[in-house]
Design a protein around this ligand. Sequence first.
Ligand code: 6CS
Ligand code: FE
Length: 263
Amino acid sequence: MKLKQNQIDFYSENGYLVVENLFTHQEIDQLIQEMKGFDTLKHLPQVICETSGEIRSIFAPHKSFNVFDELYRQKRLISPAQQLLGEDVYLYQFKLNNKKAFIGEWWEWHQDFPYWHLDDGIQKPNMLSAMILFQDTTAAQGPLIFLPGSHKVGLVDFEPKQNSSEEGDYMNALGADLKYTVKKELIRDLANSKPLVLAEGSKGTCVFFHPNIFHASSSNMSPFDRNTAIITYNCTSNLPALKTGQRPEYLCARNFEPIHAIQ
Ligand code: 6CS
Ligand code: FE
């Protein structure tokens, strides 16, 4: 799948791009089936649970299950990523974010790049995330909320937080109480000039988004699950600084080989 120029322009203007039906229902059903295998792997550090005990996120699912290993290499993801970034890419981070019916919790307003820049030492935001929707997703399930165009602002000041001080503590990058969040005034100002957008879409839709776009999501009060796969690609010229005390491989991958795309 190659993006058209108008899609590339839309992405650079807005910081996100929705591509409907990138995956078939059958393909998604297979992924959902495979995800059940993680119930037995809850003790692993890369499986993050909600306060209720349900799985919130699974990092590096490709290390445990073959279907996920084949997912991030798909040409229909790699080609658009290369087009939008203008370079070869490697897999930086791969997670499954779950939001279970009735109990799935929110994400505060944040940018992704601060985590990757400050915690992993990546220099430039030459990265992107591809989010695949596993269900037909509407406002009721707590989809991502984007502030279009906010990626152009660059890295912004964080809302001061009590939990943001401990160096080397990466768990507060993974739960509902995030360490790098965007200041409320800034969101208010920008949202007054550009309306917020919900990442809604049918099962199999893919949403590409920029590491600096402001985003958040509400809890899932609906009776329907909302599962997503979020695959982050980085340019092979933009590697993390390898320093001591760095985050585990399931958050910041160390295999910098350009991905060999498969059909
Ligand atoms: O720590 C990280 O890498 C992650 N944290 C957040 C809140 N978003 C992006 C990324 O997965
Ligand atoms: Fe995020």
